[in-house]
Ligand binder design. Structure first.
Ligand code: ZN
Length: 275
């Protein structure tokens, strides 16, 4: 997958410790330099991740704005302090990096839901602003005896095909692969934000072997402490992550059937560990 090559070869050669990065972020937001090179250290780490993950849409950064391919700009950080719920319901691009995506065997930490925060304007700009527009772009991907609909935008469908190719070498994972849905234009249950399934870059698999935080913790609110559980194998998760998909099992509000094409989250996570 192209983004992984880019990720490991060129991105964070100049990456500094996070504290230093924060300092440079503040500087970058106040200067007037147009930056179109993602290796430049003078732009926020999150913007670099977006430029590398979505090169056909996010071209650069200037004065706290993402420079988009159509010539328009999108505010990166609205500067507002947000509650946990607001980071999910009213996310700007910067909020998408507010949580830690931990690629370890540890359980997710309290309220760490990296990837559940999505800037809706950015995703609608990339994948389509309506059900009709997203649907028109979808292509079929062969998925273990099924055909699933997926978006080719940002290389998502090709990334899913690469996942299939690798999974074919792991017959022991076959029992977990039955798809229970990809594209579905809908709001998140109980919320007013668009589900990731609306954009055609998300797949749910292995429902009968999966766990969802509300099934295990009925009646709990999102800010309540909950019990974690997972039955999905690590190797399955690793294969998806190698091709740009995040896993809902890494969320405090876990959804272990859920795999979502979000290369920017993985790039950001990797960059934080490269010093
Ligand atoms: Zn899902």
């Amino acid at each position: 997958m192209v983004f992984l090559v880019v990720l490991f070869c060129s991105l964070f050669v100049q990456c500094c410790a996070e504290g230093e990065q924060n300092a440079s972020n503040k500087k970058a937001r106040n200067d007037s330099t147009i930056v179109t090179n993602a290796s430049d250290t003078q732009i926020p780490l999150g913007t670099k991740a977006l430029i590398i993950a979505y090169p056909h849409f996010v071209k650069g950064y200037k004065n706290n704005n993402l420079l988009l391919a159509d010539g328009s700009q999108m505010q990166y950080d609205d500067g507002r302090e947000k509650s946990f719920a607001e980071k999910l319901d009213d996310a700007d691009p910067e909020d998408m990096f507010a949580f830690t995506y931990k690629r370890t065997g540890e359980e997710p930490e309290y309220l760490q839901d990296a990837g559940r925060s999505r800037c809706e304007a950015l995703f609608k700009m990339m994948y389509g602003e309506s059900e009709t527009v997203v649907r028109q772009k979808l292509v079929q991907v062969e998925w273990f005896g099924e055909k699933v609909l997926f978006t080719p935008v940002n290389g998502a469908a090709d990334s899913l095909r690469a996942v299939v190719k690798e999974l074919k070498d792991h017959p022991e994972l076959k029992p977990y692969l039955k798809s229970s849905g990809t594209f579905n234009w809908r709001k998140v249950r109980g919320a007013n934000r668009q589900s990731a399934h609306s954009y055609g870059m998300t797949i749910d698999i292995g429902v009968s072997q999966s766990d969802y935080w509300l099934w295990k913790n009925p009646g709990k609110k999102e800010t309540d402490k909950i019990v974690y559980t997972n039955r999905m194998p690590t190797e399955l998760v690793n294969i998806f992550e190698r091709h740009g998909f995040i896993w809902g099992g890494r969320w405090y509000h876990y959804d272990t059937m859920h795999f979502e094409f979000r290369p920017e989250i993985l790039i950001y996570d990797t960059s934080k560990h490269q010093v």
